[in-house]
Design a protein around this ligand. Structure first.
Ligand code: DX5
Ligand code: ZN
Length: 230
């Protein structure tokens, strides 16, 4: 499972490039690579599963040489209807892992198998209103479960505190090797609590890129996410 290698025993902060200044995307990603970031979150939204049309495989393709050249990975969050249709395109563009929404597919197992056949890492995403049990049937076959802490669509929304007990519940119910990821409203105020609830992957958009100094903000989040870990 590639994710185990990428993460090791750390708590990872994943900059979400949806929130970046896209006119300076390469420079911003390079600065974060210099600061130690290795897993970058890419939000692919289609205007159907979510209202917003976000970024897609052509951006993955542009970033892949830079990120892969530094030993990094592109973690693609598919906020799209019919995600199965996008897997090969994301892979071909240089995506390393895909996380699709259980609400967007008829058969979770089939889509997981298609992603695996392409050699992708695989995650299952849950909207805030979807019972955590929806992730369990295919849990043995995936690397991570993404617990949304906002309604998917936009960066900059407030963290929903209801996500914390859901993270803890997922951590209890999932096999130990399946990572819990949290996406939406992660900030210095909640990063530690999110990790303590059981998450190892913290996606952060506005808390990194909408700050005056994205690198310093990323570093502060990493410190906070790991605070109290011996
Ligand atoms: C929004 C996306 C998120 C977004 C996070 O639905 O899935 O990844 O970029 O941004 P923040 O951290 O600002 O909530
Ligand atoms: Zn996301």
């Amino acid at each position: 499972m590639p994710w185990q290698e990428w993460v090791g025993d750390k708590t990872v902060v994943e900059p979400s490039i949806y929130a970046a200044d896209l006119s300076r995307l390469g420079d911003q990603v390079e600065a974060l690579l210099d600061a130690g970031a290795r897993i970058f979150h890419v939000d692919i939204g289609d205007g159907r599963f979510i209202e917003e049309i976000t970024i897609g495989p052509i951006v993955v393709r542009s970033l892949a040489p830079l990120v892969h050249g530094r030993g990094g990975v592109l973690d693609c969050h598919l906020m799209v209807a019919e995600p199965g249709r996008q897997l090969a395109k994301v892979k071909e563009a240089g995506g390393d892992s895909v996380t699709f929404h259980v609400e967007a597919v008829e058969d979770v197992q089939v889509t997981v198998a298609s992603a695996r056949a392409l050699g992708l890492g695989v995650g299952l995403a849950l909207n805030p209103s979807t019972p955590v049990e929806a992730a369990l049937a295919a849990a043995d076959a995936v690397d991570l479960v993404l617990c949304m802490s906002v309604h998917p669509g936009l960066s900059g929304q407030a963290f929903m505190p209801e996500a914390l007990p859901r993270v803890a519940q997922l951590r209890r119910l999932l096999p130990q090797e399946v990572l819990v990821q949290v996406d939406g409203g992660i900030s210095l105020e909640n990063a530690r609590a999110v990790r303590e609830a059981g998450a190892r992957l913290l996606v952060a958009g506005s808390a990194v890129f909408w700050q005056e100094d994205p690198v310093a903000s990323y570093q502060a989040l990493v410190a906070e996410a790991e605070a109290g870990v011996p």
